[in-house]
Design a protein around this ligand. Structure first.
Ligand code: FMN
Length: 177
């Protein structure tokens, strides 16, 4: 190969992404949460999304077992939440207020959107496993001016001020949130 891991990582950093926290509860009632930038949309019909989990993650085995999980898309005000769920802490949930999702998965308040999923497939992805989730419920923020947290070049970023007044055209507003 004509490149090393560092060069590969740096080149991948040229692709800007949002930041999400995946959340779930194990059969033993333990809450799981992990920051991911590998989220993406896959299919509209059926509604499928994906993210990948590194095999060496502390919680990897638990993620492979859960029968429901949620993907919470972070806003630019949730950098601290991203950092909290990017560390292998014993209790990442200490002091956090959560919302119970329709499928009883814990959802993060003030996320721009939360997708509750059932596992559709686990696909080998080298040192990661790709989780394909079938979306069974969703909620979106009513905050019209909420902006996403962005990860680019190995750092958090914000959208340019020029986007401030333009909420997504088809944004669905959830009345009760
Ligand atoms: C912005 C950002 C994006 C990340 N994206 C991913 C990802 O897509 N997949 C992954 O496995 N880890 C990702 N991580 C690293 C995990 O969040 C981190 O390894 C976490 O500690 C795993 O939790 P655990 O070790 O408690 O299981 C990301 C971290 C950050 C800060």
């Amino acid at each position: 190969m004509s490149f090393d891991d560092r060069q590969f990582r740096d080149a991948l950093g040229a692709f800007p992404t949002g930041v999400a926290v995946i959340t779930a509860v194990t059969a033993d009632g333990e809450r799981l949460g992990m920051t991911v930038s590998s989220f993406n949309s896959v299919s509209i019909t059926p509604p499928l999304v994906l993210f990948s989990v590194v095999r060496r993650a502390h919680s990897f085995a638990a993620w492979m077992q859960v029968t429901r999980y949620a993907v919470n898309i972070l806003s630019q005000d949730q950098e601290d939440i991203s950092n909290r769920f990017a560390r292998p802490l014993a209790d990442k949930w200490n002091g956090l207020i959560v919302i119970d999702g329709e499928t009883s998965v814990p959802l993060l308040p003030n996320a721009l959107a939360s997708f509750e999923c059932e596992p559709h497939a686990h696909v080998d992805g080298g040192d990661h496993v790709i989780f394909l989730g079938r979306v069974v419920a969703l909620r979106t923020t009513p905050l019209r001016r909420a902006q996403p947290l962005i990860f680019y070049g190995g750092r958090y970023r914000r959208l340019d001020a020029g986007f401030q007044d333009e909420p997504p055209r088809d944004a669905h507003i959830f009345e009760g949130w």
